[in-house]
Design a protein around this ligand. Sequence first.
Ligand code: PEP
Ligand code: MN
Length: 354
Amino acid sequence: MELNLQPLHLPSDNERPIVMAGPCSAETEAQVMQTAQALARKGCHIFRAGLWKPRTKPGGFEGQGQKALPWLKRVKEETGMLIATEVATPQHVELCLKHSIDVLWIGARTTANPFAMQALADSLHGVDIPVLVKNPVNPDLELWIGSMERINRAGIRRLGAIHRGFSSYGGKIYRNSPMWQIPLELRRRIPALPILCDPSHIGGRRELIAPLCQQAMDLGFDGLIVETHHTPDQAWSDAQQQVTPDRLDVILSHLVVRDKQQTVEAIDQLRRQIDDLDNQLIELLSNRMRICREIGRYKREHNITVFQASRYNEILEKRGAQATRCDMSAEFVATVFENVHQESVRQQMKIINQ
Ligand code: PEP
Ligand code: MN
């Protein structure tokens, strides 16, 4: 699968990430203008605000809808920032295009729904506007890529992805689990696709914004979308995760932005060593499996059970202790050996049942 892409062409300062900032929701004209003016003074180039808010339960603040479109237009005229908002239906798209919105994003709940995505794609046919697609709420990379493919097939070339984490049940550190391996796999599969990180919806708490922004930079993300409000505690939606424009400025000024090109050259040699060690690991594992199969044949001939709990515990204990001595966590090494053991059992079962 290939996407036909063009660069997003969104403004950012030299070698710095693309930054989109603004409130979760546009609440009042005054709130929008105050937040936008403070952000513009801090040098922000792209203003975000949600007009149509997908809420988990009815009765919450569901956004100001189209009545807030002129407020965003005013932001653009008075501050020069580009304006971005979420669209979930063809009607939203039509209204945004009519009111000169510069950047559209598609929310996590919409990305998860192929019918909604196709309807949006159809409504974008023949339009040239940057579209950013948030990951679906569930950790499904194919669904995420499929949604972007629909938009791309409609002719949108300035396409990007936003990583906002994945929902799960139960208490946890993050509001939405980051599962970094999923956006990283997206990067591997479609290297030309820009990926932004949304630390606000991943973290769900103000204190987590700074470390998540840095983590996104360390992993080579192209930009950030950060919920910012002039009085976060009074926000009508997502109050706990919003920061002030001042705080955002501090967070961004402390960010260490890694040089992707230089890093690649400098660590190339080390990567070759890692590849070599990985090859050795595979060879060692395959030798280990060969011996396990030999034991399997012995067990079959002598009618002994495949799984022997005492032996299994001995392996886990010994390896756990070794791990600690070698600067690795005992749990990590236990997981590795649990998996190795599982594969040995599978191979022996095959032999015994022959
Ligand atoms: C948002 O950006 O305010 C939003 C609703 O995000 P998500 O679709 O990631 O939940
Ligand atoms: Mn929000």
